[in-house]
Design a protein around this ligand. Structure first.
Ligand code: NI
Length: 162
């Protein structure tokens, strides 16, 4: 299991670098990330959250199959927007509604280095955008209006003291 870094850690603010080698070690890393995510009851986890400054993240929605995204890029977003409540394993206890594009088309590589394209909508589209932000050192709270961000970060601090 990996330790999950929480807001304030420098690890969460790096711009992650591309994966260049698709090997057994990478496969093992993604398995451990999935286990760490499930242990934390999360639905997505990005490399920087566990101190890996590489462009990869894992996603598993309830009752769905696990996804591994390596060197992901959003190639298109819908003009229509959707509002979802977001949370983050790196900011436990903090939740807020956030508006983002409703649908995204993503290109990425799987753990064996095979490129794939995926058109995602609903919750999956949301998790993908949230996790991709992590690869650029961005947390969902950065995208909130200041007043709401302050309130949400207070929720987190309260959780940390409990
Ligand atoms: Ni997150």
């Amino acid at each position: 299991m990996f330790d999950i870094y929480t807001i304030g850690a420098d690890e969460l603010r790096v711009k992650a670098s591309p994966i260049e080698t698709f090997d057994e070690e990478l496969a093992a890393t993604t398995e451990t990330m999935l286990a760490t995510m499930m242990w934390g009851k999360g639905i997505g986890l990005a490399g920087p959250q566990v101190g890996i400054g590489k462009r990869l993240f894992v996603v598993q929605l309830e009752s769905g199959k696990p996804f591994v995204f390596i060197n992901p890029e959003i190639v298109a977003t819908s003009p229509d927007l959707a509002e979802f409540e977001e949370g983050c394993l790196s900011i436990p206890g903090a939740y807020a509604d956030l508006t983002r594009p409703a649908t995204v088309r993503i290109q990425a590589y799987n753990v064996r280095g095979r490129r794939f394209n995926l058109e995602a909508e609903g919750l999956l589209a949301r998790v993908i955008q949230h996790e991709l932000d992590h690869l650029d050192g961005v947390l969902f709270t950065d995208r909130l209006p200041e007043r709401i961000r302050d309130r949400v970060l207070k929720q987190y601090e309260k959780r940390m003291r409990a």
